[in-house]
Design a protein around this ligand. Structure first.
Ligand SMILES: [Zn+2]
Length: 115
């Protein structure tokens, strides 16, 4: 279950971001999850709930939105949406894709209480 390590890394970012914004308690965390990470949303939510116990993010709601994969062809510069198994460019057929989206898990926004 790789969601546990993702949740742990996410918690570190959440706490840093919360402290930087003067929050003492985290309410809602919106995360953008790249489809290529193949995260199971329920598993990530459960894992986050587990790792955040006893922290300022305990009880926080994790809202996840999936980010589809996008690629740019290094050969002809076409932008396209590759499948998870086939990265070849639909325009020129070369497998020289640079993944430009769908690869990361990022915090889109964070809300909480300041006291
Ligand atoms: Zn191409």
């Amino acid at each position: 279950m790789h969601e546990l390590s993702i949740a742990a890394a996410l918690l570190v970012q959440v706490e840093e971001l919360a402290k930087a914004n003067g929050l003492v308690r985290v309410g809602v965390v919106r995360v953008s999850v790249g489809v290529r990470r193949q995260v199971v949303p329920e598993s990530l939510a459960m894992a986050f709930e587990a790792v955040s116990l006893g922290t300022m993010a305990e009880g926080a709601v994790l809202e996840q939105s999936e980010v589809p994969m996008q690629a740019r062809c290094r050969a002809c510069a076409a932008d396209y949406a590759p499948s998870l198994r086939d990265f070849r460019c639909p325009a020129c057929g070369q497998a020289a894709a640079e993944i430009t989206a769908g690869n990361d898990i990022t915090i889109a926004s964070l809300t909480g209480d300041t006291e």
